[in-house]
Design a protein around this ligand. Structure first.
Ligand code: CU
Length: 314
């Protein structure tokens, strides 16, 4: 077995051999659940959160269509809650693979990534409203087995954006389910994470060079509200519903993304001048509570951002 990546206790490895097919690649993924305080804005405010691997969103799992994902969930000793893992990229049994496990236990299962696209994964333990909105979600990208094509071109940069709810720290599961005590909206775990325009404490932005094709893997992890995914001062050049290359649409302004759904959306900025976009959830109650992300298109864009697996800027 060859280890390909180890990050903060999260193990993602590659191996050959499988009961599914002699040729299928097996991707081993282990994710521990860590209940801890997390900083949820650029000012350093902390909330009690529950996480996959210690981050919100959890680690990006990236496989290719046809791969076998050999997954293990570790519910760490010392945690207080039961937790589970629901991969939307899996076709399995909700009562078997997706069952909850108590602290100190682990649970393993395998599935084949049959459909290409961008999928959410999330905790399904009770109360699901609380487990998801305290941060238990992430993204699995299933790249198409045919690779890039004329209709699914290679991007110059790739960014993952996950939008989630932030309820008041003492909100009950019932209040969360009813969307009461909603305090803000998180982008990759923080309000206004990449928006120094609306938040003087923000220090990060997304970057690209003028004319580059920037690909967004966008997932709506909010528990009740759709998102209206829009790039201010831009038009989505191409959008693939659920991220499947077969579901292409052209020249869209605003994309309706249901809770627990995802899209791939490409933006191409003018090549002849530096420009800026604000990537927003155009529902004002979401945008103005945290769902605004600045993309700067400039000649001296950081070459490391949005490249070589650096998809979630932290
Ligand atoms: Cu959970």
């Amino acid at each position: 077995m060859k280890l390909s990546k180890i990050t903060s206790g999260v193990l993602i490895s590659l191996a050959l051999l499988s009961s599914y097919s002699a040729l299928a690649k097996v991707i081993t993924v282990e994710i521990p659940v860590i209940e801890k305080e997390m900083v949820i804005d650029n000012a350093g405010t902390k909330h009690d959160m529950w996480t996959y691997g210690g981050t919100i969103p959890g680690p990006v799992v990236r496989v290719t269509e046809g791969d076998i994902v050999d997954f293990t969930l570790l519910n760490k000793k010392g945690n207080k809650q039961s937790h589970s893992m629901d991969f939307h990229a899996a076709i399995v049994d909700v009562l078997d693979e997706f069952e909850g496990i108590r602290p100190g236990k682990s649970k393993s299962f395998k599935f084949e990534a049959k459909y290409p696209g961008v999928f959410i994964y999330h905790c399904g333990a009770s109360s699901m409203s609380e487990h998801i909105s305290r941060g238990m979600y992430g993204v699995i990208i299933v790249d198409p087995k045919e690779g890039y094509t004329k209709d699914f071109p290679k991007p110059d940069r790739e960014y993952v954006i996950v939008e989630g709810d932030l309820f008041e720290n003492d909100a009950t599961p019932t209040e969360m389910t009813n969307n009461e005590k909603l305090e803000g909206v998180l982008i990759n775990g923080k309000q206004f994470h990449y928006d120094p325009v609306h938040d003087q404490n923000a220090s990060l932005v997304l970057e690209s060079k003028p004319g580059e094709r920037v690909r967004f893997y966008y997932v709506n992890a909010k528990i009740n509200e759709n998102a209206a995914f829009h790039a201010i001062a831009g038009i989505w050049d191409r959008v693939w519903d659920n991220g499947n290359p077969k579901n292409v649409r052209y020249g869209l302004q605003t994309i309706d993304v249901a809770p627990a759904h995802g899209v791939i959306a490409d933006l191409v900025s003018p090549a002849n001048r530096p420009t800026n976009n604000a990537i927003v959830d155009h529902r004002m109650k979401s945008a103005l509570k945290g769902a605004i992300t600045i993309l700067m298109n400039k000649e001296d864009a950081d070459p490391k951002l949005g490249r070589n697996g650096n998809l979630v800027i932290r």
